[in-house]
Each structure stands twice: as C-alpha cells, then as structure tokens.
Design a protein around this ligand. Structure first.
Ligand code: NDP
Length: 315
C-alpha cells in the first residue's frame, strides 16, 4: 500500500477541521486534510447561519464552509477528497488509511470527524429537508418565531431544544415515544410546566405533509396497541432531537470514548491522552455542538500540534 509521511494530518472538514488547517498552515506544519464523506460537514446541510461571529447579515452554511476552506488553502493546507477507513495509533508516527488504499504516517493527528444527527428514517424527512425539517434548534429555530413546531425525542437534548424553541415559537409539541421523559429531572420539570410546550407521550411521528414545506405531522398514539389512534397536527417546523452519533468508530480502539462514542479529551483541551493526537469539534463535544465552538477547538488542536512538534524539533 502506498505510504506518505506528513507532519500534521487533519481528518474532517467541518469548522473544526478547517480552522485547525488555518492555524496549522500558518504555523508551517504543511497540514494535509481529508474531507471525509461530506466535505464541509453538517453546515453544508443548513441554509442561513446567523450566529457565526463576523457575519452581521448571516451567511449560507455552504458559503461559510467554502470561506473557511479557502482561508486554509491560502496558508498552504493540502485539501483532499478521501475518507479515513482505518487507524493505528499504537505508536508515532500514527497510521491512518484513506479509502482502504493509501496509508498516511502522521507525526500529529487531529481528529475532527464530527457527529451525525440521527433521523427517524422517514422518507418525508428527506422530502422536506431544509423545508421545515431540522436537527438543530439553535441553528434553525429563529425561522419559527410565532409559529408552531414539533420536537421529537425525550432526552436532555429534546428538552433543551423544546425550551429554546418555546422562547421563539407560539407552540411546541414534544413528541415522546415512551410514557415518560428520559431527560434529567430538572429538564423534565421545566418542560412539563412550560405553558407553550405540550408533551405528547406515547406518540410516534410517522410522516409529514404540506405543499410548501412542512404543514403538519402524521401522529400515532400508542402505536401497535389495541387503542392505537392516528391523527394529524398542523405544524410549521419538525425538529429531530433523538441523539447524535459521533464519527469515532475507527479511533475507538485507541482513544477513550464515552458510552455514546464521543472522544474524551483532557479537561477543556483537545488532548486525547495519546501524545500528538488531538480531537476537535463535535466528535469530542456532546454538549455545545456549535460551529463556533468546533472552530475554537480546531484552533486549540492546531496550537497543541505545533507545540508538540516544536518541542521535538520537528518544525
Ligand atoms: P438520549 O439518547 O439521551 O435521548 C434520545 C431520546 O430520543 C430518547 O428519549 C429516545 O427515546 C428518543 N429516541 C431515540 N430514537 C428514537 C426514535 N427512533 N423514535 C423516537 N424517539 C427516539 O440523547 P440526547 O441527545 O438527548 O442526550 C445525549 C447525552 O447528552 C445524554 O447523556 C444527555 O444527558 C446529554 N445531554 C446533556 C445536556 C445537559 O446536561 N445540558 C444537554 C443535552 C444532552 P427512548 O427514551 O424511548 O429511548
């Protein structure tokens, strides 16, 4: 298999990966970045991004990612198509296989592979993607001011998103498949006593309808039971909050992960515990999952990589 040696290898092309590439490029680390399955990451699936500092009029998600990429290329980052398919982090240099056909030997590795929001798997989620279906209330909630929305899920994320949306929307339905919420007690209490949130326990969303974007949801109460009921509710927005899957599978044998698969780093640093291997962005962040927090952690990872290399006289 073809082998190539690099000083700084970045896997992933969301805000974390591109920001790491900007910093690593400016620090003369000649970073090589593999973009992964979805070049530009999750933000390429959103429309307006209004909360990334520096864009007073907002920016389209794909445009923001193009800008970050161009900025990294300006400093010599080598951007490549390709997906990391295997990793061996047993010793430096760290070996990462790309597309099963090429091996990179990296002195430092920045894992910025992101996370993927889970969807229910309904055809209508694809049909109305960007037209009323979202997996990020903080990104898209603003567009539903004084409107009616539904959030699916019963965990802390769903409760947080429902509360956030209830500050904007006129009404929030929380669609929960079980007869109880899984969220922490304090979040449950806040949801249950919120006047604009109505929790629909033992409900499943089975489809969406609407001629111009989402206009309603098909619901089933007590699905599969003798007293099952099917009915529709008019909504303008449909938010998924049923969990994220961090894209950490190939690194799991080497780095510490939590029970969901998020890479655990040391304190608020991007250090994984393996010298020279760092994790940045959503793959290591179960809590904030924002473009700006991902970018910040990519910056930290590149600074750490630069320090690691300079301490060893490699730059
Ligand atoms: P969780 O896995 O905790 O909850 C997922 C929710 O989605 C559950 O209610 C689950 O239902 C439901 N769900 C999953 N699949 C489906 C499906 N196919 N159809 C309908 N419902 C479905 O994920 P979260 O993202 O909420 O939280 C992840 C972790 O992050 C947790 O540990 C959480 O505590 C933590 N977190 C902490 C926060 C904080 O402290 N501020 C904020 C956000 C998250 P069911 O219960 O039936 O399985």
């Amino acid at each position: 298999m073809e082998t190539e040696k690099v000083k700084c290898l970045i896997i992933g092309s969301g805000p974390a990966g591109y920001t790491a590439a900007i910093y690593a490029g400016r620090a003369n680390l000649a970073p090589v970045l593999y973009e992964g399955l979805q070049p530009g990451g999750q933000l390429t699936q959103t429309t307006d991004v209004e909360n990334f500092p520096g864009y007073p009029a907002g920016v389209q998600g794909p445009q923001l990612m193009e800008d970050l990429k161009a900025q990294a290329q300006r400093f010599g980052a080598d951007m490549r198509f390709g997906v990391a398919t295997a990793a061996d982090l047993s010793e430096a240099p760290y070996r990462v296989t790309i597309d099963g056909e090429k091996t990179l030997e990296a002195e430092t590795l920045i894992i910025a592979t992101g996370a993927t929001a889970k969807y229910l798997g309904l055809e209508d989620e694809k049909k109305y993607a960007g037209m009323g279906v979202s997996a990020c209330a903080t990104c898209d909630g603003f567009f539903y001011r004084k409107k009616v929305v539904a959030v699916v899920g019963g965990g802390d994320t769903a409760c947080e998103e429902a509360i956030y949306l209830a500050g904007l929307a006129s009404k929030v339905y929380l669609i929960v498949r079980k007869p109880y919420l899984r969220a922490s007690r304090i979040m449950q209490e806040r949801v249950l006593k919120h006047e604009r949130i109505e929790v629909l326990f033992e409900h499943n969303a089975v489809g969406l309808y609407g001629d111009n974007g989402v206009e309603g949801v098909h619901l089933v109460r007590r699905m599969g039971e003798a007293d099952e009921q099917r009915y529709d509710r008019a909504i303008d927005g449909f938010f998924l909050a049923i969990g994220h899957k961090p894209n950490s599978d190939i690194f799991k044998p080497w780095v510490k992960t939590d029970e969901v698969g998020y890479i655990m780093t040391e304190g608020d640093s991007p250090r994984t515990g393996i010298p020279g291997v760092f994790a940045a962005g959503d793959v290591a962040d179960p809590h904030y999952r924002q473009a700006i927090t991902a970018a910040a952690s990519g910056c930290k990872a590149a600074i750490e990589a630069e320090r690691y290399l300079s301490e060893r006289g490699m730059v």
